[in-house]
Design a binder for this molecule. Structure first.
Ligand code: 13P
Length: 341
């Protein structure tokens, strides 16, 4: 393992003004997104859609540090035969790959999940590295509800995240460690804070036990935020203040960067929250976005599967990428959104 090189990549992934495009929807998830815009989820349509994003020159060269790909995409070529990985590299962004294989029911723990995909992971990482991937992602899912999460679910998911992270570093790939506490319930922000604290503490404990070099990883957490169905929604300032307090308490300064998931927040909320956190600096780590939905909802709608809408889709993507790029430096204002509308 070359830790200097892992640290260089991790630092580039969270460079000020830039963040990560999570375009790693599994075939099932992208079908849901395409259903919503009336597009059939064929291999060609998935390729055309992602090619549109990766050819968005302004967004890719100025605001996107890296792209998380799904297995199908990393092997695909653009319509002109150029590998999509090469398109990403030539824009200046770093290609990455989702390597978990989704979730399964966790035995003895009703309603809880464990992320799978460790079998043969070392071999798969070798092939992804040869294809150009320099970082990877593994997502654990923790749900909040009555009597959950159990310590069992937190523990087995943290163990798997650390196993994955150690295998990545041994393969010279920067692991994005993503323990996602879902925002789907009716819980309030303080319950989210308390559960996320337990999850992060357990995750870092496992990372240490399994000798993962903190300098060569990126953390992808949820924010401390009210559940979507909670009657009392915390303000942007409260989300920012509690998220920074939580991360300072749980994430060692040796970690080069933190890149948030959007998790179902609206596009503008996700941007406003990141921006507000940067008003609370200085911060001990790079702090940016690794958004899926909050970067792609607008371009998906603008594109709607039609070749004549490619420029509109790229403009929508560039706008969201620029807004989040500004937020990653605390330089975003809501008036910039209105001007673009
Ligand atoms: P969202 O930003 O849509 O939550 O997706 C990010 C991601 O990669 C989830 O694993």
């Amino acid at each position: 393992m070359n830790l200097t090189e892992l640290n260089r990549i991790a630092t580039a992934m969270v460079a000020p003004g830039k963040g990560i495009l999570a375009a790693d929807e599994s075939s099932g998830t992208i079908k849901k997104r395409f259903d919503a815009i009336g597009v059939e989820s064929t291999e060609a349509n998935r390729r055309d859609y992602r090619e549109m994003l990766f050819r968005s020159t302004e967004a890719m060269s100025q605001y996107i540090s890296g792209v998380i790909l799904y297995d199908e995409t990393i092997w695909q070529n653009a319509a002109d035969g150029t590998p999509l990985v090469k398109l990403i590299e030539s824009s200046g962004a770093i290609p990455g790959i989702k390597v978990d294989e989704g979730t399964q029911a966790l035995p003895m723990c009703p309603g809880e999940l464990v992320t799978v995909g460790l079998d043969k992971l070392a071999e798969r990482l070798k092939k992804y590295y040869e294809r150009g991937a320099r970082f990877a992602k593994w997502r654990a899912v923790i749900d909040i509800g009555s009597g959950i999460p159990s310590m069992t679910a937190i523990s087995v998911n943290a163990h798997a995240l650390a196993r994955y992270a150690a295998l990545c570093q041994a393969a010279q790939i920067v692991p994005i460690v993503e323990p996602e506490v879902l925002m789907d319930g009716d819980h309030d922000i303080d319950r989210c804070y308390e559960v996320t604290q337990r999850v992060l503490n357990k995750t870092f404990q496992e990372l240490r036990v399994q000798r993962v070099a903190l300098e060569g990883m990126v953390l992808k957490p949820n924010m401390a935020i009210s559940g979507k169905k909670c009657a009392k929604q915390a303000s942007v300032e409260e989300v920012a203040e509690k998220t920074i307090r939580l991360l300072k308490a749980c994430v060692p300064a040796a970690v080069p960067g933190i890149a948030f998931l959007s998790g179902g927040q609206s596009d503008e909320e996700a941007t406003a929250h990141l921006n507000a956190m940067h008003k609370l600096g200085p911060l001990p780590w790079g702090l940016t976005f690794s958004y899926g939905r909050a970067l792609q909802a607008a371009p998906q709608k603008a594109w709607s599967g039609k070749a004549e809408n490619v420029a509109a889709g790229q403009a929508a993507f560039s706008h969201r990428a620029r807004m989040n790029g500004l937020a990653s430096k605390g330089e975003w204002q809501s008036s910039l959104e209105q001007k673009a509308a």
